[in-house]
Design a protein around this ligand. Structure first.
Ligand SMILES: [Zn+2]
Length: 304
C-alpha cells in the first residue's frame, strides 16, 4: 500500500510543482527553480529556464538535466503557450542547461548553441552524466548527451525564430567557458544563464574565471535590459543583479588580486576575505564563500 502511494506521488510530479512560472509580457516567461541544490525530488531542475511563445512554436531556453526533466519542461511549455517546443537554446554547459537536449531533439525540436558552448558540453558530458545518474537514479533513464544541430561559430548569433528576434551572445568565460546570454532586444529581456545569481551566492567552480566573469557581467549591463532572468533566483533588474552578483564578483576579483600581487598565499587571502557580511544574507553563503575565494585566488596565482 505504502509503495503504491509513493508511486502515485512520484508519477504525479509536474514542472509547475518544481518551477514557478512568471510572465514577463509579450509571451515571454521565466520558469524559476528552487535555489537549493540538485535533488532526486527536483529532477535537478534547480535552475531557471525561459519560454518564448511565437506563432510557429515555442522557444525554450535551456533543456533541463535529464530526459525526464525535459519532459516536465515540455509539459509546462505546452501549459503556458499551448504549443510544442520548436527550438531549444543552451546558455551553458552545466547539466541542467543541456542534458535534456536529447528529449527535445527526439520530439523534432531544433537545438541551437554556439560552438564554444558545445565544446565545453563535450568536455563535461561524462562527468556530469555520471554524477546525475547517481543522484537521479531511475529518473536519469533515457538521458544521453545530445548536442546542438545548429551551432553558430561566431560570438554573436542573431536569430529570427517565429518572427521574433533573439540574440545569443558570448561575452566572456564566466561560470563555465563558453557560457552565453540570450538577449531579446525588442522586449528588453536578457536570459543571463549562469552569469547572474540572485538570492543565492554564485559558485566559483574550478572551471570558473572570476575576472572575465566580471567583464561578462559588465557587458550584460551595457545591454541595458529591463528584466534580467538570472540562472538562479528571482527575476530582477540591473540593480538587483548588481547587488547579488556584480558586487560580489568585484569583491572577490579585486580582493584576490590584492593578495596575489603581494604573493600572500591562499590561506591569507581566505582568512582576510572569508568574512563578507555584506553578502552573508545570500543563500548558500556559508557553504560556498570561502571555497569561492580560494578557487579564485588559486586560478589567479596560476596565471589563468
Ligand atoms: Zn547553474
Amino acid at each position: 500500500m505504502r509503495l503504491l502511494v509513493l508511486f502515485v506521488l512520484a508519477g504525479s510530479v509536474s514542472a509547475a510543482d518544481l518551477l514557478k512560472s512568471q510572465a514577463l509580457g509579450s509571451g515571454v516567461f521565466a520558469l524559476i527553480g528552487e535555489i537549493g541544490g540538485r535533488t532526486y525530488e527536483n529532477h535537478a531542475l534547480n535552475a531557471n529556464f525561459g519560454v518564448i511563445d511565437t506563432p510557429d512554436g515555442a522557444v525554450l531556453i535551456d533543456s533541463g538535466a535529464s530526459f525526464e526533466g525535459a519532459k516536465l519542461l515540455d509539459a509546462e511549455v505546452r501549459r503556458l503557450t499551448g504549443k510544442a517546443v520548436k527550438w531549444v537554446i543552451n546558455t551553458g554547459s552545466q547539466d541542467h542547461r543541456w542534458l535534456g537536449n536529447g528529449y527535445f531533439a527526439s520530439r523534432g525540436a531544433e537545438v541551437i548553441a554556439l560552438s564554444r558552448t558545445v565544446a565545453t558540453q563535450k568536455a563535461n558530458a561524462i562527468a556530469e552524466s555520471d554524477a546525475l545518474a547517481a543522484l537521479l537514479k531511475e529518473r536519469f533513464k533515457g538521458t544521453q548527451p545530445a548536442y546542438a544541430s545548429r551551432e553558430p561559430a561566431d560570438d554573436r548569433a542573431v536569430l529570427e525564430l517565429g518572427g521574433r528576434r533573439l540574440e545569443i551572445r558570448y561575452l566572456a568565460n564566466a561560470h563555465f567557458p563558453g557560457d552565453v546570454v540570450v538577449w531579446l532586444p525588442a522586449e528588453g529581456v536578457v536570459f543571463a544563464g549562469d552569469h547572474v545569481y540572485v538570492d543565492r551566492l554564485l559558485g566559483v567552480l574550478p572551471q570558473s574565471n572570476v575576472s572575465t566573469w566580471l567583464d561578462a557581467f559588465k557587458a550584460i549591463k551595457a545591454l541595458s535590459p529591463v528584466h534580467v532572468v538570472p540562472g538562479h533566483g528571482s527575476v530582477t533588474d540591473l540593480a538587483g543583479a548588481q547587488r547579488d552578483t556584480g558586487d560580489y564578483l568585484a569583491f572577490v576579483a579585486s580582493g584576490v588580486r590584492r593578495f596575489a600581487d603581494d604573493m600572500a598565499g591562499v590561506d591569507q587571502a581566505v582568512a582576510a576575505l572569508g568574512d563578507a557580511p555584506q553578502f552573508a544574507h545570500l543563500a548558500n553563503f556559508a557553504e560556498l564563500h570561502r571555497g569561492n575565494v580560494s578557487r579564485a585566488y588559486l586560478r589567479l596565482e596560476a596565471g589563468e
